[in-house]
Design a protein around this ligand. Structure first.
Ligand SMILES: [Zn+2]
Length: 339
């Protein structure tokens, strides 16, 4: 059990997909709006996966219900409420702009609605920034269009570009020019790697694409020299334990038919000196929230002092300007000192 002291700490969350945060009621409301009503039972069935590709299918289905700018605003409001309820004061929200473009939506209009929703959350003590995400299996050309959309939106709230999806589909090197362009327009660089793929995916994301944080990266535990590199260069892994169980990613890395949360490599990675930030990935789809992920980390054997260090890192490795970071860290320190 986490102590009341720990639960009172302000939190930050850095790996969180808007599309994966839609609670049952929101999904039902959107499905009804678009003339294909579903029951809670139907949704729960879709939210149970046997493997990573089944999860991607469900992610596609939920994304298909986000059609108009106001749907995205509704989704962000829902996510904001969940974060505020957990004492989260800062989050980086990933938007699947690759999917918006595939569906011929306007990322500019969607983002305008999202930004307006974010503004109202800010007044309630939650600061949000955004990651424009491309889908790996859609290819480099489609990924470049995501970077171009970020450039057109031209907002200081878009802090990073990333790629998610099926990391085994297309080699990292194909995305070199895309990441170069993202860097040129001032975006930080992220990539999902070493989730279902091997350690070499992580190495390539860092060496070839300049990834500054790695989404998941649990495969690193299979490669001691890569663990050294992550620790030396201070490249954080965005660890999402429940996601790794539900998608079967952890079982795949461990070459088991099923894996338990206690087998997660988070403690080994963290105690090797690799920066770690703890996140939920797709909280609604994985039936998790940030607090339960910290509970999971505790069940893996991490001490509460170590969890506090991880919380601190979520602020330290956030993509925010130094003034905002200092202000958030002051809130964090003040709360820690009171406890
Ligand atoms: Zn993710």
């Amino acid at each position: 059990m986490l102590s009341a002291d720990f639960l009172a700490l302000p939190q930050a969350e850095l790996h969180l997909h808007l599309e994966g945060s839609l609670q049952l009621e929101t999904v039902r409301a959107l499905a009804a709006k678009y003339g294909a009503p579903v029951s809670a039972q139907d949704i729960l069935q879709r939210y149970a996966y046997r493997d990573f590709l089944e999860f991607i299918e469900t992610f596609k289905w939920v994304s298909s219900l986000l059609r108009a700018p106001e749907d995205f605003a509704l989704a962000l409001h829902g996510l904001g409420e969940q974060l505020l309820a957990q004492n989260v004061v800062y989050a980086e929200v990933t938007l699947s702009v690759g999917v918006m473009l595939l569906r011929h939506q306007s990322p500019e209009k969607n983002f305008e609605a999202i930004l307006a929703a974010a503004e109202s959350l800010r007044s309630r003590g939650l600061q949000l920034n955004f990651v424009f995400d491309a889908v790996r299996q859609f290819g480099a050309e489609a990924a470049m269009k995501v970077v171009e959309a970020a450039e057109r939106c031209s907002s200081k709230s878009i802090v990073a570009f990333g790629i998610g999806g099926d990391e085994l589909s297309i080699p990292a090197k194909e995305f070199r020019a895309v990441y170069e362009k993202a860097g040129i327009i001032g975006l930080h660089r992220l990539m999902h790697a070493g989730e279902v793929g091997g350690p070499e995916e992580i190495r390539q994301a860092i060496e070839l694409l300049g990834a500054e944080r790695v989404g998941h990266g649990i495969a690193a535990v299979r490669d001691p020299s890569l663990m050294d590199l992550l620790a030396e260069r201070r490249i954080p892994l965005e660890i999402c334990p429940q996601s790794n169980i539900r998608t079967g990613a952890l079982a795949k890395q461990l070459e088991l038919s099923a894996a338990q949360i206690e087998q997660h490599p988070l403690p080994s990675l963290f105690r090797h000196g690799i920066p770690v930030v703890l996140s939920t990935d797709d909280p609604a789809m994985f039936h998790s929230d940030l607090r339960s992920e910290y509970e999971n980390a505790r069940r893996m054997g991490l001490q509460e002092e170590e969890l506090k260090q991880i919380t601190k890192m979520s602020f330290e490795y956030a993509f925010i300007n130094e003034d905002d970071k200092a202000a958030l860290q002051r809130v964090q320190r003040a709360t820690s000192a009171l406890r």
